[in-house]
Design a protein around this ligand. Structure first.
Ligand code: CAA
Length: 383
């Protein structure tokens, strides 16, 4: 395993694997069936200092590197894709923009409790009319005295309504496109800020996903994140990093399904021998392993670039797109190895199959990842 990872990262992997096996795996089917959030497990992760893995210790984080964060998401996702994305959305989307663009005061007030795991973070960008076209944001924030008045709806928000702190994007200057969008830190509980119903999802059912509804919410001026008009760039930069998290989630889901398929193929006998000894199955397993290894290189190398403050937007898009594409192929092949029994509720591969699909959709569809990758190579297409 340690072809691209350090000993410290592998020690962290062992710690998180142990946590995932003992604290998450035993409840994973219940969480999936009941659509329930792993509240206690997330609290324990916070107590272990793992909700702020890549943030400096002075801000309540673990002071570890981006690769360690990727490994943490991967290991949680290996047993439960929903738990993996809770950590990913909290660290990459809810906390990182405050770490990267917040004032010292904002970091002390919001980042420290997020990194310590005392609070949960979320990111409000997507809207009914602004999904892939994130620049089409319609939520508005109008400055009135010492407050911005926030109005609008955000949909498909991971960690809502469990999260306490939301980074929300809204138009402060209309009719000038992406340059009119600003970012704000919004707290749960503020008057006028409510939630829609918890979505009933196909997979990652242990993560909570809900709509944010802002009805004349008063956001103090000091909760503007970055400068007015900087919001779209903050969102895009945040997603560059977030995509490493989703790539790690996809990698973990695929790895878990792969391991189950290998184990089953060695045990299940047909035609007088274990099916692993049938070439058609062994080749399937060989292909899965190769895809996983390629994805792992892409994910860890994107994390390494981010860690060293090198450009990584194209590489994180490649990692997210490739890892999630092969995740679908791997879970499909893993379920095929199981045959009919893999199609049953209560089987890990069945849950992995449902958990996998979202990785090709959120934090930018894989079509959008190709737009990002192509524009890094060829420049932006003319509008
Ligand atoms: N970093 C910093 N700035 C960036 C940037 C980046 N990665 N990408 C673009 N920008 C800047 C550009 O330089 C440009 O600045 P100037 O105007 O100064 O030149 C400005 O932003 C506008 O850029 P574009 O014209 O390229 O923007 P666009 O409107 O064409 O959109 C897009 C580009 C890549 C399609 C973008 O809209 C996008 O990423 N869409 C997908 C949205 C997405 O991923 N949503 C996920 C929601 S969160 C989620 O899913 C979470 C979850 O559930 C877990």
């Amino acid at each position: 395993m340690n072809y691209v990872t350090t000993q410290q990262q592998e020690e962290l992997r062992a710690k998180i694997r142990e946590f995932a096996e003992t604290e998450v795996k035993p409840i994973a089917f219940m969480l999936d069936k009941e659509n329930e959030f792993p509240t206690e497990a997330i609290k324990k992760l916070g107590k272990m200092g793992l909700m702020g893995i890549p943030y400096p210790k002075e801000y309540g984080g673990a002071g570890l590197d981006v690769g360690s964060y990727a490994i943490a998401v991967e290991e949680l996702s290996r047993v439960d894709g929903g738990t993996g994305v809770i950590l990913s959305a909290h660290v990459s989307l809810g906390s990182w923009p405050i770490f990267a663009f917040g004032t010292e005061e904002q970091k002390q007030k919001y980042l420290v409790p997020l990194a310590k795991g005392e609070k949960i973070g979320a990111f409000g960008l997507t809207e009914p009319n602004a999904g892939s076209d994130a620049g089409g944001t319609e939520t508005t924030a109008v400055l009135q005295g010492d407050h911005y008045i926030l109005n609008g709806n955000k949909i498909f928000i991971t960690n809502a309504p469990k999260a306490d702190t939301y980074v929300v994007f809204a138009v402060t200057t209309p009719n000038i496109g992406t340059k009119g969008i600003s970012a704000f830190i919004v707290e749960k509980g503020w008057e006028g800020f409510t939630f829609g119903d918890h979505y009933d999802k196909m997979g990652i059912r242990s993560s909570s996903t809900a709509e944010l509804i802002f009805n004349d919410v008063k956001v103090p001026k000091e909760n503007l994140l970055g400068k007015e008009g900087q919001g779209f760039k903050i969102a895009m930069a945040t997603l560059d990093g977030g995509r490493i998290g989703i790539a790690s989630q996809a990698l973990g889901i695929a790895q878990g399904a792969f391991e189950h398929a290998v184990e089953y193929a060695k045990e299940r006998e047909q035609f007088g021998k274990p099916i692993a000894q049938q070439q058609i199955i062994s080749f399937k397993i060989a292909d899965m392993a190769t895809k996983l290894r390629c994805a792992r290189f892409l994910v860890y190398s994107a994390a390494e670039l981010k860690e060293h403050h090198e450009p990584y937007g194209m590489e994180s898009a490649m990692a997210k797109q490739y890892a999630s594409d092969i995740c679908l192929e791997v879970v499909n092949d893993a379920l095929q190895v199981f045959g009919g029994s893999g199609y049953l509720k209560g089987m890990e591969v069945e849950r992995a199959y449902r958990d996998a699909k979202i990785c090709t959709i959120y934090e930018g569809t894989n079509e959008i990842q190709r737009v990002v990758i192509a524009s890094h190579i060829l420049g932006k297409p003319k509008k």
